[in-house]
Write a protein that binds this ligand. Structure first.
Ligand code: PMP
Length: 393
């Protein structure tokens, strides 16, 4: 058997279904105006919601962190890689989330993917556990549920009644409900207050992946729990630090015993080199900005851009699901048409990714527009004019 030929056959199958993905090369920093593959582009693709990825103060803090701690941690956290910078970051994050969680501690991970796998494999480590997973959850939650020893039951998108029935019918010793707060491909929000109420009634954990909410939602940018004013000892919160916080990594905040169990048992935490301490150091500055007046102003500007897009887009054929967040999908349908739309925008100097299955359901291929506080009203006007025009042609 020709091994390479079998791989090439798989690639050919992807190509035949218009499912081949390609990477574009950004030659410049993450910002609305970028040089991509050597060409100037106006970008609406990143999750850098507050424009902190290239913020001068955060860049300077990273430089300072490298001077203080060097560029690598040298080992995993439990060996020798856990630095003062990691500690300070975790303390700050626990403090930020403390109004909403009981006796919280925070744990910093190199990525949100790892944090989600760690949470679900730790809480769901017993075979008597059951994970109730929202239909549109991020791939990292799906993979975390697969890796846990628990059973998995998927509940339909936003359907609190269906979840309630599943919980009522379950005899599992440990029940874990898990959901994104802001759905990454649709931009809508989970009904967290209702989900928490159902979880409390059934003695279930509620794991909230607030990847797209931390830094953006809530008066002080503390995320979805602050936005909805939710508190419970049974909440396990995951926030990413690569999106609104502009750097890299993620954290879990939960009751200190939950975090301690993760330190003892979570394989993605234990068996991976600690992220560079300089990143944790830079993140302290990101958090200062998020929680301060500048963060408030950036969130207000982002909200005004979202409102502008909503007013200016006039689409008849393409569908726009209701989204009040920075994630604004335009659903086109077929893979080919979505790719064509992305490529037509690209020809006009605008970079918006086309998203296809398996990231989204078949028949719902889309353009995924993401807005950032770094965008100007003029740039958003350029995007909406191009989309309105393209849809008609
Ligand atoms: N959860 C959600 C909802 C996400 O959108 C993402 C990343 N796109 C992650 C988790 C994973 O985070 P990271 O990129 O830090 O691995």
């Amino acid at each position: 058997m020709d091994l390479i030929a079998s791989v090439e056959e798989k690639l050919a199958q992807l190509s035949a279904q218009s499912l081949t993905r390609r990477r574009r090369v950004a030659d410049t920093r993450c910002a609305p105006l970028q040089v991509v593959d050597g060409r100037p582009m106006l970008a609406f693709c990143s999750n850098d919601y507050l424009g902190l990825a290239a913020h001068p103060r955060v860049v300077e803090a990273l430089r300072e962190g490298a001077q203080l701690y060097g560029v690598g941690s040298g080992a995993s956290h439990l060996i020798s890689g856990h630095s003062r910078a990691h500690c300070l970051l975790e303390e700050r994050l626990a403090h930020m989330l403390s109004p909403w969680l009981k006796s919280p501690q925070a744990l910093y991970f190199s990525t949100g993917y790892m944090a989600n796998v760690a949470v679900l494999t730790t809480l769901g480590m017993d075979s008597g556990a059951m994970i109730f997973s929202e239909e549109l959850n991020h791939a990292s939650l799906i993979d975390g549920a697969r890796l846990a020893r628990a059973g998995v039951s998927v509940f339909p998108h936003g359907d609190v009644a269906a979840l309630t029935s599943q919980l009522e019918a379950s005899t599992a010793a440990t029940k874990i409900v898990v959901t994104d707060s802001v759905f990454s491909m649709d931009g809508d929000m989970a009904p967290l207050p209702q989900l928490l109420a159902v979880c409390e009634r059934h003695g279930a954990w509620l794991v909230v992946d607030d990847a797209h909410g931390f830094g953006v939602l809530g008066e002080n940018g503390s995320g979805a729990l602050e936005h909805f004013a939710l508190s419970s000892p049974n909440l396990v919160y995951v926030g990413t630090l690569s999106k609104a916080a502009g750097v890299s990594g993620a954290f879990v905040a939960a009751h200190h015993s939950v975090v301690e169990l993760m330190v003892q048992r979570a394989r993605p935490y234990i068996y991976s080199t600690a992220a560079p301490p300089a990143l944790a150091h830079a993140l302290l500055t990101s958090l200062d900005i998020i929680a301060g007046d500048e963060g408030k102003a950036l969130r207000a500007h982002l909200a005004s851009l979202i409102a502008q897009l909503d007013t200016e887009l006039r689409l008849a054929r393409w569908r726009r699901p209701v989204s009040h967040t920075a994630i604004q999908p335009v659903i086109i349908g077929s893979n080919d048409e979505a790719l064509q739309a992305a490529s037509d925008l690209h020809a006009r100097g605008i970079w918006v990714p086309g998203i296809r299955p398996p990231t989204v359901a078949p028949g719902t291929a889309r353009l995924r527009v993401t807005l950032s506080a770094a965008h100007t009203h003029e740039e958003v006007a350029q995007l909406t004019a191009a989309l309105n025009d393209l849809e008609r042609t």
